[in-house]
Design a protein around this ligand. Structure first.
Ligand code: GDP
Ligand code: MG
Length: 179
């Protein structure tokens, strides 16, 4: 793996944040292994996975190390170790559960407390395949992302739509691009 860019570290630590059940583990599994397990009820397998990511439109690449919680998000707070040294965070909510969108703000505040403001942030509204049950409009997500200086994308781990954009967007921003 060659970063091919001054701004992009060869190894990038990305932490997944968001309420239990929003689809963090499914997003990681979809991206790293290309699969979706509809039967999964809790975090499946290792809470750590990695993949090589190439910045779209360039030859720059990095090894993206994805930190997923093994259920600790049910507690009030995650261990500082989880955040330590992270280059980026993806804050995930479920577009069919407004409660999880409100909670995204909580996760952001915790992130600021532990990790400061230098991290690349990506807000992710997941489960767009469940259109009839949608409770959070795309515009609301975009507005929150704008207010916190984060990138934004709506995804479905079930169909795979926009999932690569989450991880490629982070790499692109770290490489100095403007996705
Ligand atoms: P986590 O607790 O945030 O890691 O959430 P999981 O990845 O374990 O997913 C929680 C539940 O939501 C599981 O039953 C998944 O099958 C389901 N799920 C995750 N992503 C999607 C999605 O994009 N669409 C649909 N319909 N279900 C999803
Ligand atoms: Mg999980």
């Amino acid at each position: 793996v060659n970063s091919g860019s001054l701004g992009l570290p060869p190894r990038v630590k990305l932490v997944l944040l968001g309420d239990s059940g929003v689809g963090k583990s499914c997003l990681a599994l979809r991206f790293t292994r290309g699969i979706f397990d509809a039967g999964s009820r809790a975090t499946v397998g290792a809470a750590f996975s990695s993949a090589t990511v190439t910045v779209p439109g360039s030859t720059a690449s990095c090894k993206l190390e994805i930190w997923d919680t093994a259920g600790q998000e049910r507690y009030q707070s995650l261990a500082p170790l989880y955040y330590r040294g992270a280059h980026a965070a993806a804050i995930v909510y479920d577009v069919t559960e407004r409660r999880t969108f409100a909670k995204a703000q909580h996760w952001l505040e915790e992130l600021r407390h532990y990790a400061g403001l230098t991290m690349v942030l990506m807000l992710v509204g997941n489960k767009t395949d469940l259109m009839p049950q949608r409770q959070v409009a795309e515009e609301e997500g975009r507005n929150l992302a704008d207010s916190i200086g984060a990138m934004f994308v709506e995804t479905s781990a079930a169909t795979g739509i926009n999932v690569a954009e989450v991880f490629e967007g982070v790499a692109s921003r770290l490489a100095g691009g403007m996705p």
